[in-house]
Design a protein around this ligand. Structure first.
Ligand code: PGA
Length: 254
C-alpha cells in the first residue's frame, strides 16, 4: 500500500509571520489522523519559522522548492543540499514547470539535482507534465517519457522508491482548469509504466505519484481516489490553511 502524500507548494508567498499563523490554524483544522503524509514547502526564508511552529507536530514534514546540485562554492544566490539538511528539510521539489520554463532548467540540470538530493538524503518530488500545445499535438506520452528518463537517469532502485513524482500538466497549473480524474489517471498509469521500464514493476509499484494543477477541496477526493494517484501537490489552494486541511482530509477518505 502506498501512503498518500499531500504537499503544499507555497511558491513565492508567505512571510515568516504568515507561515507561523498558517501552521497554527492548519494544526487545529487537521486533527489527529496520520493516514496521510503531509509536507509543507515554504520559500527558503520561511523554513525556520515553519519548523518552529511545527515543534509539537513533527509528523508533518518540511520541504524546499528548489536547490543547487553542488555542495558549496561560488554560486551566488543558490542554496545547497547540505544547507537544506541543516534546516531539517526532508523533501525538495525539483523540476517544477515554473523552474523549467521561467529559469531554463533542462532534464539534465534536474537530473543533477535529483541525484544530489539523494546523496544528501533528501527526497525529491520530481515534477513532470506536458504543456497544452504538447497535449493538443498528441505528445503527452512522449513528453512524460523523455522527462522521466532524463530526470531520473542513474538512480538505484532504492533511490527511485524514495522519489515522489508529481504529474503536473502545465495547462492546469494556476489556471483553475483541472485534468479530469480519467485524464489524470491515464497519465499516472503511463508514468508508472515508464517507471517500471526504467527499473522494474515491483519498484514502480512502490513509487508515489502525486497529481498537481488546480487541486481544490472540491476535486481533491475524486482525483486521489484513482488507483494510480497517490496524493497531490497543491499550489494556490495550499495558501489557505482551511482549504489545504480539507484537501489532506480528502486524501484520507477511502
Ligand atoms: P496550483 O499549483 O495548485 O496553483 O495549480 C500547483 C503547482 O504548481 O504545484
Amino acid at each position: 500500500m502506498r501512503k498518500k502524500i499531500v504537499a503544499a507548494n507555497w511558491k513565492m508567498n508567505m512571510t515568516q509571520g504568515e507561515a507561523s499563523a498558517f501552521v497554527g490554524t492548519f494544526l487545529l483544522e487537521i486533527g489527529e489522523s496520520r493516514d496521510v503524509e503531509v509536507v509543507l514547502v515554504p520559500p527558503f526564508t520561511a523554513i525556520a519559522a515553519v519548523n518552529a511552529a511545527l515543534e509539537h507536530a513533527q509528523h508533518i514534514k518540511v520541504g524546499a522548492q528548489n536547490m543547487h546540485w553542488e555542495r558549496s562554492g561560488a554560486f551566488t544566490g543558490e542554496i545547497s543540499p547540505a544547507m537544506l539538511r541543516d534546516l531539517f528539510v526532508r523533501y525538495v521539489v525539483l523540476g517544477h514547470s515554473e523552474r523549467r520554463t521561467l529559469f531554463g532548467e533542462t532534464d539534465e540540470i534536474v537530473n543533477r539535482k535529483v541525484r544530489a538530493a539523494h546523496e544528501a538524503m533528501l527526497r525529491p518530488i520530481l515534477c513532470v507534465g506536458e504543456s497544452l500545445e504538447q497535449r493538443e499535438r498528441g505528445d503527452v506520452e512522449k513528453v512524460l517519457s523523455t522527462q522521466l528518463r532524463g530526470s531520473l537517469a542513474g538512480l538505484s532502485a532504492r533511490e527511485l522508491q524514495e522519489t515522489v513524482i508529481a504529474y503536473e500538466p502545465v495547462w492546469a497549473i494556476g489556471t483553475g482548469k483541472t485534468a479530469t480524474a480519467e485524464q489524470a489517471q491515464e497519465a499516472h498509469a503511463f508514468i508508472r509504466q515508464v517507471l517500471g521500464e526504467i527499473s522494474e514493476e515491483a519498484t514502480a509499484d512502490k513509487i508515489r505519484i502525486q497529481y498537481g494543477g488546480s487541486v481544490k477541496p472540491d476535486n481533491a477526493r475524486t482525483l486521489m481516489s484513482q488507483p494510480d494517484i497517490d496524493g497531490a501537490l497543491v499550489g494556490g489552494a495550499s495558501l489557505d490553511p482551511r482549504s489545504f486541511a480539507l484537501i489532506v482530509q480528502g486524501a484520507g477518505e477511502k
